[in-house]
Design a protein around this ligand. Structure first.
Ligand code: SAH
Ligand code: SF4
Length: 366
């Protein structure tokens, strides 16, 4: 029986070079292969003329490209958002979202199928946990978006695709921003997520800047501390939603395991250690956590921290009865935060008509 091929997308560049060396081939072949795949988007062995045929034959038996076929694709009416239901090889599905604003493309990618954290207003939480994604399955989502940009958007928007230089990246609109805000809790799947981030950031491949990768967590404290202790320059967003332990735990059950005071200690540690601010996310639910009193509580909690608050008006989900806060109340909330020296933004609502907004990603459980 032949061994199961390795998913190429599971390997960091270093791991690939080590593997190639173990086959007694030159590391330069491995480096060239990496560039074909991640810089030029080539996954067809016949389209890699700069690699010797013998090397390609060996690689072809050892690797597969774990591309995730599109099961369903939906586009928002305004044309800015596309949602992809991608099929995993065990029959499960995940969702990946491509968002475009002001010539900037962001991929919102998933870290798990389902989620174990059970936040009451989140469609992914409402479906429960199915499984962790592998690093390769996380990378494959970014590669899917990269491929879409190469194949379609460049044709549709030639102005945006105008080359600034002659590098392979310059010939099409590039994927520059990644948010790990799709399905799942990234710090619950720490190792695979970090391997994927290392692959995405590799300078001779996709070359995404860590400054343009944002990881959002519900507040998994051991993961925040580990992230603080490691040199991985990504942005961290922490989902807060309640400024007292009791109010937060009612929306975010994970708060029972990692209470608010413990979470705040971890966040302060992260800010000091990494010398980087934290983005706090706050889903605004009308009449629930959008009052002046709530805003003052957030202000008191975060005052003095290097922090920015991102307010997200609630997106509808089947399992939660609540309404989004209106514009005026959101502005009021922001004004109160400003009194405490806290900058804030209200997230643009995008893709709500195709259920691609924050917290709306879910697929039928098999
Ligand atoms: N598991 C991570 C990342 C995915 S969710 C986390 O919870 O942070 C990304 C953001 O969307 C989180 O801040 C989450 O709380 C928020 N969110 C979840 N459901 C939402 C909904 N129905 N409306 C608005 N925001 C929601
Ligand atoms: Fe999981 Fe995040 Fe949804 Fe909470 S908001 S259930 S942590 S995906």
């Amino acid at each position: 029986m032949s061994p199961t091929p390795t998913n190429f997308y599971d390997l960091t560049r270093d791991a690939l070079l080590a593997l190639v060396a173990s086959w007694d081939f030159s590391a330069t072949h491995g480096a060239r292969l990496w560039r074909y795949v991640y810089l030029e988007g080539v996954t067809d062995w016949a389209a890699m003329p700069e690699l010797p045929v013998r090397f390609r034959a060996k690689a072809e038996t050892e690797f597969n490209f774990g591309q995730l076929p599109v099961a369903i694709e939906t586009h928002s009416a305004d044309g800015f958002t596309r949602k992809y239901l991608l099929a995993l090889n065990d029959g499960r599905n995940i969702e990946t979202v491509l968002m475009r604003y002001k010539g900037r493309v962001t991929a919102c990618i998933s870290s798990q199928a389902g989620c174990a954290m059970g936040c009451v207003f989140c469609a992914t939480g409402q479906m429960g946990f199915i499984r962790h994604l592998t690093a390769g399955e996380i990378v494959a989502q970014a590669m899917h978006v990269d491929r879409v940009l190469r194949e379609t958007l460049a044709e549709a928007t030639p102005a945006l695709a105008a080359p600034e230089d002659n590098s392979p990246h310059a010939r099409h609109e590039r994927l520059r921003n990644i948010v790990l805000m799709g399905m799942g809790e990234p710090l619950h799947n720490y190792d695979s997520v970090m391997t994927a981030i290392d692959i995405l950031r590799d300078g001779s491949g996709l070359g995404l800047s860590g400054k343009r990768i944002t990881l959002s967590t519900v507040g998994v404290v051991p993961g925040i501390i580990r992230l603080a202790d490691e040199e991985r320059p990504v942005h961290l967003a922490v989902s807060l939603h309640g400024a007292t332990q009791e109010e937060r735990a009612a929306l975010v059950p994970a708060a029972k395991k990692w209470p608010l005071d413990v979470l705040m200690d971890a966040c302060r540690y992260y800010i000091a250690k990494r010398e980087r601010r934290i983005f706090y996310e706050w889903t605004l639910i009308e009449g629930k956590n959008d009052t002046a009193e709530a805003a003052h509580a957030v202000g008191r909690l975060l005052q003095g921290q290097e922090a920015q608050v991102n307010l997200i008006p609630l997106n509808p989900t089947a399992g939660f009865d609540g309404e989004p806060t209106g514009q005026a109340a959101a502005k009021n909330f922001q004004a109160i935060l400003a009194e405490y020296g806290l900058p804030s933004t209200v997230r643009q609502r995008r893709g709500i008509d195709i259920a691609a907004g924050c917290g709306q990603l879910a697929v039928a459980r098999k």
